[in-house]
Design a protein. Sequence first.
Length: 149
Amino acid sequence: MSGRVLRAGLLAAALSGAPSTLHALARGRSPLEAALAAGALVAGGRRPAAVRLAAAVPVHLAISLGWAAVLDRVLPPRRRAAWGALAGLGIAALDLGVVGRRVPAIRALPQGPQVADHVAFGAIAGAALGPPPTSGPSAARRPGGSPRR
């Protein structure tokens, strides 16, 4: 994973939870409920909050870095923030609609703010990724992995 993708994934991971966090605070809910739900993916929903929160950190980072790498490969070279936001809707469909519906803690979250988090993730990652490199080792290979001729 390139440093550019790593930075974009970490930045998007750190900032993209703002919509659901602000929504939770405005509604008098715990700002940690989304993190606890993410931790339930691996720790289970019946584990103590501290265990779920500890599990959430590596889960969230791994998922964020993985999606940042995918976005780097699939987003067009121009307007990556806008395309990333649109891709965030697709990521939300997979994360919340396919995986999340099987996890009661994720299913119980207000879905609108969660979708907004995903859109924010895509936009932030796309903006942070910037245009794909035009030279160097990562530009010398096509998506299939074979060198350009």
